[in-house]
Design a protein around this ligand. Structure first.
Ligand code: HEM
Length: 452
């Protein structure tokens, strides 16, 4: 009886010219032709530039792991994200990237993460308390609610709740900035110069300026009054590059903080938003998650040591990230001429790992568009090629926040689901839209009821 959850209808024939560029501005993922979901490697060419979509697991491994040094983050990533994020951990390459990764790593070791679980639960409880004040049947935008919750988590854990940051201004600034990125992508593809104004240009600049200023103030304050906190800001202030002995200046720290704030809260909030959507249209799975939470917590409050025991709940989140990967495409640029399968790839070629299409690829998954958390049973997961499921990427640039995000999403779901039933606004079908991340195009309006 289950209907297939919302999906993109790929164009049957590749788009070209103005239709392609207009499509990229509207929603780049809608321009990926059907072949990307059927072939192992798909090549397209726009204005003489070659783009390769790589969906074969072995070739994905080559790009992201074995030959990672030969594939850097490319020009589109630089043009779209560097104006806001500078050359911080997500947007740099080589030696510059390596030491920033090492500097931040201690925050994300398992022992450190365990210490953050109580804060994650407290933030989820704050959202639960807010929701309890709403009348039964009230409509909320779960996408915004989850942004707020994960933003609370990132500020509490990474910045120890320092400063006086207004979540809605930050959220608006990030949205304004991300909205402009598809224009930047289209303009980069046609070779337009980086300074060329485009729709949303001013808003993006305003968003960027606001974010930089708020964080600049916070760093100045942290330098003046070292707090003794063991948070990301303290780690970055103390970090030293082992090769050059250099420490981070305020600009480096600011760019990294902004990277962690944006990479860390937006993605996790989208994983949860899509999870709530999927559960609302698959009530049997929803019941099973509730039963598991009740069994593990014995009907009481969620404790930090429960988080890693919620096996089926985690499978549901994993399946939600298969169908709606929060980071739906990983982009690289070949640094030298290199063989990729049957192809010779020239230096400068843009290589996409289209995560959304890999996760729904007909050669890699049975019934790829259907929701089935059973795919992530221990046995089934073990039997699968590691590179067919890559919501966090792979290789040296794999998401540093993977363990953090999985624990956080589980904690939030397991705090909210026992208290509430969420139902999608009748007739509403969310459409996935690519804006660096995969957002529902008009939010996720859902009705909130107390759980029975
Ligand atoms: C469900 C949530 C998340 C998803 C799906 C996700 C996905 C990803 C992916 C795919 C990459 C690799 C990009 C590439 O190879 O080009 C990445 C990198 C990164 N992520 Fe996440 N992420 C999530 C949560 C987080 C969290 C919670 C944090 C921090 C608290 C975080 C911080 C980062 C950083 C700093 C990088 C850059 C790492 C590097 O280049 O060394 N992410 N993420």
């Amino acid at each position: 009886m289950d209907v297939l959850p919302a999906r993109i209808d790929p164009p049957a024939r590749p788009l070209s010219g103005l239709r392609l560029l207009a499509g990229i501005v509207r929603n780049p993922i809608e321009t990926w032709p059907i072949e990307v979901y059927k072939q192992k490697l798909y090549q397209s060419s726009v204005l003489g530039h070659r783009y390769l979509f790589v969906t074969d697991p072995e070739l994905i491994k080559q790009v992201l792991v074995d030959d990672a040094d030969s594939f850097h983050k490319g020009i589109i990533m630089r043009r779209a994200l560097q104006p806001a994020l500078g050359e911080a951990i997500l947007t740099s390459d080589g030696a510059k990237w390596r030491w920033q990764r090492r500097a931040a790593a201690p925050m994300f070791r398992h022992e450190s993460l365990l210490g953050l679980f109580p804060s994650m639960i407290s933030c989820a409880e704050r959202t639960r308390d807010r929701w309890l004040s709403y009348p039964a049947g009230a409509e909320i935008d779960v996408a915004r609610e989850m942004m707020r919750t994960t933003f609370d988590v990132i500020l509490t854990t990474m910045l120890s709740g320092r400063g006086n940051i207004d979540p809605s201004s930050i959220e608006r600034s990030i949205t304004e900035y991300l909205e402009s990125t598809s224009w930047v992508t289209a303009l980069t593809i046609i070779g337009a110069p980086a300074w060329l104004p485009h729709p949303g240009f001013r808003k993006a600049r305003r968003g960027k300026t606001y974010l930089k200023q708020v964080l600049g103030d916070l760093i100045a304050e942290a330098r003046q009054n070292p707090s003794g906190q063991h948070d990301l800001l303290s780690l970055l202030v103390q970090a030293k590059d082992p090769e050059t002995g250099r420490s981070m200046n305020d600009g480096d720290i600011r760019d990294n903080l902004l990277t962690f704030i944006t990479a860390g809260h937006e993605t996790t909030s989208l994983a949860l938003t899509w999870t709530f959507y999927l559960l609302s249209v698959h009530p049997a799975a929803e019941q099973r998650v509730r039963r598991e939470i009740a069994a593990v917590t014995a009907g009481g409050e969620l404790r930090p040591d429960h988080i890693e025991q919620l096996t089926y709940t985690r499978q549901v989140i994993a399946e939600a990230m298969r169908l709606y990967p929060p980071a739906p495409v990983i982009a690289r640029e070949a640094q030298r001429e290199i063989r990729l399968g049957e192809q010779t790839v020239k230096a400068g070629t843009v290589v996409y790992v289209p995560v959304y299409a890999v996760h729904r690829h007909e050669l890699l998954w049975d019934n790829p568009d259907a929701f089935s958390p059973e795919r992530f049973d221990a046995e089934a997961a073990k039997a699968r090629n590691r590179y067919v499921y890559i919501p966090f990427g792979a290789g040296p640039r794999i998401c540093i926040g993977m363990g953090f995000a999985l624990a956080e999403a589980t904690a939030i779901l397991a705090t909210l689901l026992p208290a509430f039933t969420l139902r999608l606004r009748p007739g509403y079908v969310p459409k996935p839209k690519l804006r660096v991340t995969l957002r529902p195009d008009r939010g996720m309006p859902m009705r909130l009821f107390p759980a029975d």
